[in-house]
Design a protein around this ligand. Structure first.
Ligand SMILES: Nc1nc2c(ncn2[C@@H]2O[C@H](COP(=O)(O)OP(=O)(O)OP(=O)(O)O)[C@@H](O)[C@H]2O)c(=O)[nH]1
Ligand SMILES: [Mg+2]
Length: 220
């Protein structure tokens, strides 16, 4: 029997795109989990109407905690392969399909998508560190796939709030088989303020860098 798979979509005020994103992923996975992080718009109800399982946060807990809630639910439901995908329609479901096949074929325990361009200068710095230390080229890519055993081994998705990078750094530090593949980034159809303001975005990324250096150092 094929292992069961799900996708976790962290979503904050994405009513313009979430319906299409859920519809596009439903045929590929057993379950689509949307973590509605206290959106003030119709993200939750649209996701549910499109057929997703929706986890609602009563307060805005942020990107990492949202994915962690998704992982906890995926673990309880016995899913083996877990993928993460953005709610804003910028990822291509075909890329996710390729990732899932690699996980199912046991080619790796973790698959990371590589974007052609990084959005912020701080991402380049974190990327240089991650590439040097772990061979990970795009640590902040939102499109990744994991075997659930990594979550069980590490015990969480977010202990340190490292913008989705922490479980992949752990996996690489353990020598888990890891694959990276180029992915497409589609232009946003619905405009919305950036994830966070430019300044605080860079601050969060630099904070993730400092935490990673503290946890894993520079030596390979
Ligand atoms: N759970 C949760 N998800 C969030 C939050 N902020 C953003 N997201 C989601 O995280 C994903 C990536 O956010 P984006 O705003 O697209 O970040 P980005 O791709 O770096 O920025 P853009 O280039 O502006 O698209 C999307 O699915 C968002 O809905 C948040 O506070 N909580
Ligand atoms: Mg985006």
């Amino acid at each position: 029997m094929t292992a069961r798979s799900c996708v976790i979509i962290p979503a904050f005020n994405e009513e313009g795109s979430i319906g299409t994103v859920v519809h596009s992923l439903k045929p590929i996975l057993d379950t689509v989990i949307v973590v509605n992080d206290n959106s003030s718009d119709e993200t939750g109800s649209i996701a549910r109407a499109a057929g997703a399982m929706v986890i609602n946060h009563a307060t805005n807990k942020g990107y990492d905690h949202a994915i962690n809630s998704g992982f906890m639910s995926a673990s309880e439901q016995g899913f083996e392969h877990i993928l993460t995908f953005d709610a804003d329609g910028q990822h291509n479901p075909s890329d996710l399909k390729i990732m899932l096949k690699k996980l199912r074929d046991n080619q790796a325990d973790i698959v990371i998508g590589i974007r052609k361009k990084k959005a912020r200068w701080s991402e380049h710095i974190l990327g240089l560190y991650a590439n040097h230390r772990f061979g990970i080229k795009d640590p902040l890519s939102g499109l990744k796939g994991y075997h659930i055993k990594l979550f069980h081994k590490y015990g969480a998705f977010s202990k340190y709030n490292m913008i989705g990078s922490e479980l992949s750094f752990f996996a690489a530090s353990q020598g888990s088989p890891l694959i990276q593949m180029p992915i497409e980034i589609i232009k946003r159809q619905h405009t919305k303020p950036r994830f966070t303001g430019v300044l605080s975005g860079n601050e969060k990324i630099l904070s993730a860098l400092f935490k990673a250096v503290k946890l894993y150092g520079f030596k390979k």
